[in-house]
Design a protein around this ligand. Sequence first.
Ligand SMILES: [Zn+2]
Length: 312
Amino acid sequence: MTRWFLLLAALVWPLTAAADNPYELTPKQVADNTYVFVGALEHFSYDNLGNIVNTGFIVTDDGVVVIDTGPSRLYGEAMREAIAGVTDKPVVQVYITHHHPDHYLGNQAFADVDIGALSGTIEQIRAIGADLTTNMYNLVGGAMRGTESLPPTQEVTAGSRVTVGGHELELIGMQGHTGADLAILDHTTGVLFAGDLAFLNRTPTTPNADMTTWVETLHTLSQREFTTLVPGHGPVRDDAEAIAQTQAYLSWLWRNLNAAAGHGLDMPEVMMQALPYRWRGLAVIVPEFRRSVSHLYPDIEADVLEPVAGQK
Ligand SMILES: [Zn+2]
């Protein structure tokens, strides 16, 4: 009797486990053998389950390469199931673009695979991964259940090229959005996975940004040849609009905040500014602008005030 029950439970459990998974992920093909799960243009919430990010995968002759694993263990599991609906090839490699939690907290679902990242990304995840995870539980709630921070297991060399099943992938190491940003250019299809170096129609986030470096990085990235760009957040397009838009917004933000500090505005005054009409199309512009002011303005104010103080 007990044996039959256990057998039944073993058969039914995977079905109920899958049914319990709240994520509904549909892969969108963006190029030959290349798919993206496009996230919502929103902030983290209980309603969107933290699914506000783009993740992707490439089906090669030797197996599947996954780029970013999403905001939670269940997202990673849903991703793996959706991949299995496209191909019966195994997942053979995962790359993580940077240490932000919406990009890597699905790693547990890929614990049997090499998970590659830049050394700076691995260091950050080891140092603050537990805190990032706790914060995500607060923002997203039950969809995070069972999620733990699993650091990448493989350090990739910036600038290296790897060939997986006929796809030549260039691992481009850059900085700006964070201290370690990995962009992946598939020379076989021309698809550039830009991670959060590029946003489209969604306001860029700046909690770990070096603004001048980021703008320079985008200029460098814009010189590269590619046919399709997958931004970290926002629609996939066959042009460089995500780079141009991110660059324009960051340049404006930096100029605006420096000018405000020069005029002696305090932080609440800067936050309450009317924003230019040109950014009306960016999702979550008002809260994200205010978040950027809170991150960036104290240092800008200090830099502007320092020479004045020095004259006294
Ligand atoms: Zn990010």
